[in-house]
Each structure stands twice: as structure tokens, then as C-alpha cells.
Design a binder for this molecule. Structure first.
Ligand code: FBP
Length: 287
């Protein structure tokens, strides 16, 4: 029911596609880097208003941002409590996330889902897999959906490897096997990181030449489309390039996007225009 609440809400309601506004960057990247480009975005209410006005499927944020808007916005838009977080104040090759909220918090805030980041590629990955196993069990028993941000990152991977097609496909599969209903990954590149995987991609000829083909393959890696795979927006990008990525996700059978900085770092008018174009593409209202 909670998954359906997100799939039925907003401009993409009923299409099977999703557009989520995630605003955890204040924690993940720092407030000035995140909100400095558009200062109204320091205010947590700004993001509820943006998600509502854009007709997003859901709004995802850490505990503090959700609590700061709950009194005014609870029940008006599906919420995802992002209940682990990471900051950039200490440099580390192998990132890990701190647990910053609970299933009880998600229920108190009327959220539809909990959100959780894993870092496949980090030395701490197994601890994170264990944490989500427990949290997902508790969330599902309370009727909440589980959204996993599957970030390939850590000392086991090269910089290019963080978006390599084999690694992103693997990250999507791990999140699906951990029981995620919705999986967030980065848009993959054609780079192949693991030598053993490279042989298979080459000998079997898995099509990964275009962005749409790579999206299709990642969806296949997440149980052949039986789990919802959405793609992150990344740092602010020029509008036409960003919309090309959205078209590739649509053409490749992706389920949608989770777009933070490309939304809230623009002025509200520009963000609403861009998010409107995205929902037009995913709903088939635009080519
Ligand atoms: P963006 O659209 O801003 O990339 O947001 C998606 C997201 O998953 C956020 O939830 C998270 O804060 C951010 O990406 C992390 O980005 P990075 O890859 O720079 O750590």
C-alpha cells in the first residue's frame, strides 16, 4: 500500500514511473555546497513546497528535515525517511554511513518508506548489508517500503569504477537481493571495472554501447524489471544534457529518477520547468 501511495502520487501517478526529490545533501555534502547556489533551499519547507509543486512521487530526507516540515506538510506528499547518512568532514577511502533515524521515526512521521545507503566497494559494506537486513525486516513488518541508495564507492573501486556498467549492475543486484522495493543507482558508463566481468560482457555481447542499453541492462540486473530501479541526477548539469539522460532512462525501460541538486540548486521557477519536462518524458507527454 505504501509503495502504491508513491506510485499513485503526483504527475507520474499511475504511469509506473517515479520522480523523487532527495534532499540529504546538506548532511552528505554540507549546507553551503548544497544550498549556497539557491539560498531559499536552506529552509526545509522549501523542499516540501518544491516536491508538491513539481508533482513528485515522494520527498526523501533525513530525520531533521522531515521533522521540520511534518507539522505543515504531513499527509500531503509521500515521505521517505533516509535513515542513514554520511558527512564529508573526515576524508576516508572506505566510506560508511551512520544510522540517523529509525523505523519508529518513519512511522511517527507518516512516511511511506525508509531509505538506506549501502556502499558496495567499501571495506564497510558487510556491516551496512547487515544493518539494512535488520532495518528492512522491521520496516516491512510495519508495512513500509524499502528504498536502497546503492552507491558503488570505496577503496576496492577506481574512480571510473563507481559508474562502470558491471559495477552498477552488480550494485543494483545486491540492493535487490537485500530486499529493496526501490533501488537508486547512478547512471552507468560503458567502462567495465572487473576483469572477470569484462570477459563475459565481451564474449556474450551484452549490449552496453548506448546509455539506453546500459539502463536496460541495469534494470535486468535488478530482477529483470521486477524491482523498481531509478537513477540519480548528480551534480548540476546543463538542462539539455540532463534531459538527454532522462530520455535515455525512459528509452532503456528505467523506472524514473531521483533528482536533488539539479532541482533545488536552480531557482524554483527553473526547477519546476525542468521537473515538468522530466515528468513529461516519463509519462509519455513529451518525446
Ligand atoms: P542528486 O540528484 O543531488 O545527485 O541526489 C541524489 C543523491 O543520491 C542524494 O540522495 C545524495 O545526497 C547524493 O546523491 C550523493 O551524491 P554524491 O554522489 O555526490 O555523494
Amino acid at each position: 500500500t505504501n509503495l502504491a501511495r508513491m506510485l499513485e502520487h503526483g504527475r507520474l501517478g499511475g504511469t509506473g514511473k517515479m520522480l523523487i526529490l532527495p534532499v540529504d545533501q546538506g548532511f552528505e555534502h554540507g549546507p553551503a555546497r548544497s544550498f549556497g547556489p539557491n539560498p531559499p533551499a536552506y529552509d526545509p519547507h522549501y523542499h516540501f513546497e518544491l516536491a508538491l509543486a513539481a508533482g513528485c512521487s515522494a520527498y526523501a530526507a533525513p530525520l531533521g528535515f522531515l521533522e521540520a516540515g511534518a507539522r505543515d506538510y504531513a499527509g500531503r506528499i509521500p515521505l521517505i525517511l533516509k535513515l542513514n547518512n554520511h558527512d564529508l568532514l573526515a576524508d576516508e577511502d572506505d566510506p560508511e554511513q551512520a544510522i540517523t533515524g529509525s523505523v519508529a521515526d518513519a512511522l511517527r512521521l507518516g512516511a511511506c518508506a525508509i531509505g538506506f545507503t549501502i556502499y558496495p566497494g567499501s571495506a564497510h559494506r558487510n556491516a551496512m548489508y547487515g544493518q539494512i537486513r535488520e532495518i528492512a525486516e522491521e520496516a516491512k513488518s510495519a508495512g513500509l517500503a524499502v528504498v536502497i541508495w546503492s552507491y558503488a564507492r570505496g577503496s576496492a573501486l577506481s574512480k571510473e569504477g563507481e559508474t562502470a556498467i558491471d559495477v552498477i549492475g552488480y550494485a543494483a543486484q545486491i540492493a535487490a537481493q537485500l530486499g529493496a522495493h526501490i533501488i537508486k543507482v547512478k547512471l552507468p558508463t560503458a567502462h567495465i571495472e572487473q576483469p572477470a566481468a569484462k570477459k563475459v560482457y565481451e564474449s556474450t555481447g551484452i549490449p552496453i554501447g548506448t546509455a539506453a542499453e546500459r539502463v536496460r541492462h541495469v534494470v535486468q540486473c535488478a530482477f529483470s524489471g521486477r524491482r523498481i530501479v531509478i537513477f540519480s541526477g548528480g551534480a548540476q548539469t546543463e538542462e539539455s544534457k540532463f534531459l538527454d539522460e532522462i530520455r535515455a532512462i525512459q528509452a532503456g525501460g528505467g523506472f524514473g529518477s531521483i533528482v536533488g541538486r539539479n532541482a533545488f540548486q536552480r531557482s524554483k521557477a527553473d526547477a519546476l520547468k525542468l521537473l515538468g519536462q522530466i515528468t513529461d518524458i516519463y509519462s509519455g507527454r513529451a518525446g
